[in-house]
Structures are given as structure tokens and as C-alpha cells.
Design a protein around this ligand. Structure first.
Ligand code: SF4
Length: 492
């Protein structure tokens, strides 16, 4: 049985993912998305830059023959090679289990080991801006295998991060965590216990097993498809015999709040969410907030709908899309304020200010907090005065907050895409999403093919239109009652 660093990484992300990586039917695993391939390419480039500063040697061995790779790497370490690039650490435990990891760099340093008066220290190169725990555990795993090979633990293991550079990993703190993870992982693999499906949208969206797991979750009407049912709440619900959507839909929110300690707001929302799912209809769960929310979405003569496209790795906001809806003139005009090149960010920021300041009374609708955060960041970066920015930010209205504070919908996640699609809105490009637009922008920068930019602009306009669609629906539903038939929680 082979236990690799890659498998340990999968296990930390999702226990089931590690199980499927070993025992799953690989034909059911999707190929990596364009976005994931872009991240891999970015990581390779980050590695190339790092390795350019070293005179390294790489072990030679037949592809995927990890045992041979381990022997070749051992020979390099015994010879005292200063820098070993992507050497294989291979350790057999004697119980039929072999461990393998491939640190990006092994650096020879002073110390006493089985090799002589030198030891090796591992470094992993990561794109991440911060030292995520999962990477620290892998760095500790390298050190653990090295200790077995060279007879001594290195004092530290390193992560080379995109912005921080070298970050030392505290092995004393992380070793007990590693021990626990390894023993759990080993048990799952040895006993072949298939962990239950549990869909967590931001975790699963990047996983190749998503369509396989999602199919199972849908067949089982699994509770994890309900927003608000988190991995920590799920076992509590199960322990109170609330194992299905229907169970939860018929639960008494007051009793649930007392029994579980969720509190009245969470318990009420969970039960309403299950009812919305069971009936496939929206439910108002906070009637006391309807008036306040309605006042924020009542029609204005001119309304703005705003969505930003950004490239996180460049810390760049390259497209400010603004849909101007003039209800009196009955016109809708979309303004894509686009930085063709990263250095034009300030220019489009100023264009954005000109546009929104031309409509000083208009509310600015957006979806989630990112737009406000980015406006504040750009204002600080480019020195825009507070006297302009403060009144501007006060005009922003976050539709995501308004929706999630008043109603529950039969959707699996309160994203712009899922809510607008539930309302019947369609994006022109069905593959479009935030991750894909990051990939498109990077392709535009590297190829100069303007089709990529045009596709992003269409996608951004559709996001603005979707936001407009949701606002209209919510206003109708709360104010005029003209939306899809609603269930109020008290009917149960
Ligand atoms: S799709 Fe989600 S539940 Fe399934 S293996 Fe991947 S991360 Fe785990």
C-alpha cells in the first residue's frame, strides 16, 4: 500500500476525496478545469523562477517508479549534492505500507546525519499567499520521511510562498497533527471504508469527483445539499433523527433551537430551508425584516447594477461592469469599463468614478461584499478622497445580504448563478464563471486574442443583468406578492 503526500493533501481537503483517489472509478473523475490548469501552470512558472537561483541536480529514474526514484535521491544525498530538485523520499514501514513524498527542493546544510556532517532540509514551493495548514502538514510529512532516511529530523521545513518568500514551518507544533492524519488516512485506506458524500460548495467546486458525488447526493436527497447544513451541524442533526430533507422540513424550529443549541435564528432558517426544498418554493423566514428590505429595493428612477472582474494573482480589478437602468426613459445601458492591460487599472477606476458620480441619487446594486471591498481598496490605492468615496459606498446595496436575511429559496447555494438560474435567467455562455473568467483574462494577456476579452465582457454584462433580475424578483416577491407562489413558514 502506497501512501503519498498527494493523498495526504487530498485527505486534508476531504476524506472521501482520498478514498476515491485510491478506490474510485477513475472514468468518473472529471479532467481538471481550465482554471485549475492555469493554477498548475502558474505554479510551474513560480517554481521555475525559484529554481533559477540554484544549481540543482534532479534524480533520474523510470517514470512513476517511486522506489527507484527514492534510491536515486538517496544516492544524491549520500554524495552530499548541495541542492536536489524534486527528489523522491521513499520509506517502507515493514507493515506493507510505503510512504512517498516529493519536496520541491532538498537543501544540504550543516548537521550530523547518517550521511556524515550534513543533513537535508525540505522546501515546497507554493502559489499561496499564506502558509495554509494543509501545506504545513505536507512540509512536516517531508521532514518526517527525511528523519527516517537521514536518521535525524531537520530543525525546520520551509514553504516558499508567492509574496512572503521563505516561511519556516514549526515541526514541533505540526508533528502531532501529522501523526493523527496519517493514522486516520491509513485506517480508511486499509479498511476500505467509503466516507459519506458531503457537498460543500467552495470545497467541492474544484474537485474532479464533483459530478460523481453530486449525483449520489441528489439521489439520496442528502442534507448537505441544503444551505446551512455544515459538516459540524450535520452529525448533530443526525443524532436527533433529522437525517433527510423531509425530516427537517417537519421539525419544530423552537424545539430544534433548544435541543441542538443552534439558537432560534439558525434553527428557524434551517427548517424553512428544508421546507423550501421540499416544496420547491421560496419561503419568507424573517417576516419582521420584510419592510426594511422592501424599502431598499423599491424602484428608483435610475438604478445601477455593478459587477467587477478581477485577477487575484495580480491583485488587479480589470473590469468594472455597470448596467444603468433608467426606469423613466425605459432604457438599459451597459458600460464595460475595461483595462485591456494591467497598468490601466487606475484609468478604468477613474472612469468608473465618473460614471457612478454622474448618477448621484442612484442606488448601486451588487451581489456579495466583494464590490464594496474592492472600491475601498482602489480608493485607498489611488488616493480618491473620502468625501467622494464615503457617500458613494453608502449607495451600495448588497442583494445577497437582502436575499439571505429575508427569504430561503430552493437552491443549493446562495450564489448569483444558482439564484438567477432558479429564476430562469440564462447566461449566454453556460461555462462562464468567476474562475473561468480569470483563465480567460490570462489567455488574453498571453495570446492577445480579443475573443477572450469579448467573452469576459458578455459574462460580466450577464452578471449585472442577473443581479437586476434578482432585485426585481425580490421586490415583487416582498412588496407585491407577484412572484412564484410563496410558502410561509407558519403553514406547517
Ligand atoms: S466532490 Fe466534494 S465530497 Fe466528493 S470527493 Fe470531492 S470534495 Fe469530497
Amino acid at each position: 500500500m502506497l501512501l503519498t503526500a498527494q493523498l495526504l493533501l487530498s485527505y486534508q481537503r476531504c476524506h472521501r476525496q482520498a478514498y476515491l483517489d485510491v478506490y474510485g472509478d477513475k472514468t468518473q473523475k472529471s479532467a481538471p478545469s481550465d482554471f485549475l490548469n492555469k493554477l498548475r501552470q502558474d505554479r510551474l512558472e513560480h517554481q521555475q523562477q525559484f529554481f533559477a537561483s540554484y544549481e540543482w541536480v534532479q534524480p533520474e529514474y523510470p517514470q512513476y517508479d517511486w522506489q527507484a526514484g527514492g534510491q536515486a535521491t538517496l544516492a544524491l544525498m549520500q554524495a552530499g549534492v548541495p541542492y536536489i530538485r524534486q527528489g523522491v523520499l521513499w520509506v517502507e514501514q515493514g507493515n506493507g505500507v510505503a510512504y512517498q513524498s516529493i519536496p520541491d527542493l532538498l537543501t544540504k546544510t550543516e548537521g550530523a546525519s547518517l550521511f556524515g556532517d550534513w543533513i537535508y532540509v525540505p522546501t515546497d514551493i507554493r502559489l499561496s499567499k499564506r502558509p495554509k495548514l494543509e501545506y504545513q502538514i505536507l512540509a512536516t510529512f517531508h521532514a518526517y520521511l527525511l528523519a527516517s532516511i537521514q536518521g535525524v529530523w531537520p530543525e525546520e521545513s520551509y514553504l516558499y510562498l508567492r509574496e512572503r518568500g521563505l516561511h519556516p514551518v514549526n515541526l514541533t507544533i505540526n508533528q502531532p497533527k501529522l501523526d493523527l492524519l496519517l493514522s486516520e488516512l491509513l485506517e480508511i485506506i486499509q479498511t476500505q471504508q467509503e466516507p459519506e458524500v458531503f457537498i460543500v460548495s467552495n470545497r467541492c467546486s474544484l474537485c474532479g469527483w464533483l459530478s460523481h458525488c453530486y449525483q449520489i447526493a441528489q439521489q439520496d436527497r442528502h442534507l448537505s445539499l441544503l444551505p446551512g447544513v455544515t459538516p459540524s451541524r450535520y452529525p448533530i442533526l443526525q443524532s436527533h433523527n433529522l437525517a433527510s430533507v423531509e425530516d427537517l422540513a417537519f421539525a419544530n424550529p423552537t424545539q430544534l433551537a433548544e435541543v441542538t443549541g443552534f439558537g432560534p435564528e439558525v434553527a428557524n432558517k434551517l427548517v424553512c430551508q428544508a421546507r423550501a426544498f421540499a416544496k420547491q418554493a421560496p419561503v419568507i423566514f424573517a417576516a419582521n425584516r420584510v419592510r426594511a428590505v422592501s424599502s431598499q429595493i423599491s424602484p428608483a428612477p435610475i438604478e445601477l447594477y455593478f459587477d467587477i472582474e478581477a485577477e487575484p494573482s495580480l491583485n488587479l480589478a480589470y473590469l468594472h461592469g455597470v448596467l444603468v437602468v433608467d426606469r423613466e426613459q425605459q432604457t438599459e445601458t451597459f458600460h464595460p469599463l475595461l483595462a485591456d492591460q494591467p497598468h490601466q487599472e487606475e484609468q478604468v477606476w477613474l472612469q468608473f468614478l465618473d460614471l457612478v458620480l454622474a448618477y448621484p441619487q442612484a442606488p448601486i446594486y451588487h451581489f456579495c461584499a466583494y464590490e464594496v471591498q474592492t472600491v475601498e481598496r482602489l480608493a485607498a490605492l489611488y488616493g480618491s478622497p473620502d468625501t467622494i468615496i464615503q457617500p458613494l459606498v453608502e449607495r451600495f446595496i448588497d442583494l445577497h445580504a437582502l436575499v439571505t436575511n429575508t427569504v430561503v429559496l430552493p437552491v443549493e447555494s446562495y450564489t448569483l448563478k444558482l439564484i438567477a438560474r432558479w429564476l430562469g435567467f440564462q447566461w449566454r455562455n453556460s461555462e462562464a464563471n468567476g474562475a473561468q473568467s480569470i483563465y480567460w483574462y490570462s489567455e488574453w494577456l498571453s495570446t492577445g486574442n480579443r475573443d477572450f476579452l469579448d467573452t469576459i465582457v458578455d459574462y460580466n454584462e450577464d452578471d449585472c443583468q442577473a443581479t437586476y433580475h434578482i432585485k426585481n424578483w425580490l421586490a415583487d416577491f416582498l412588496v407585491f406578492g407577484q412572484a412564484a407562489p410563496a410558502l410561509h413558514s407558519q403553514i406547517f
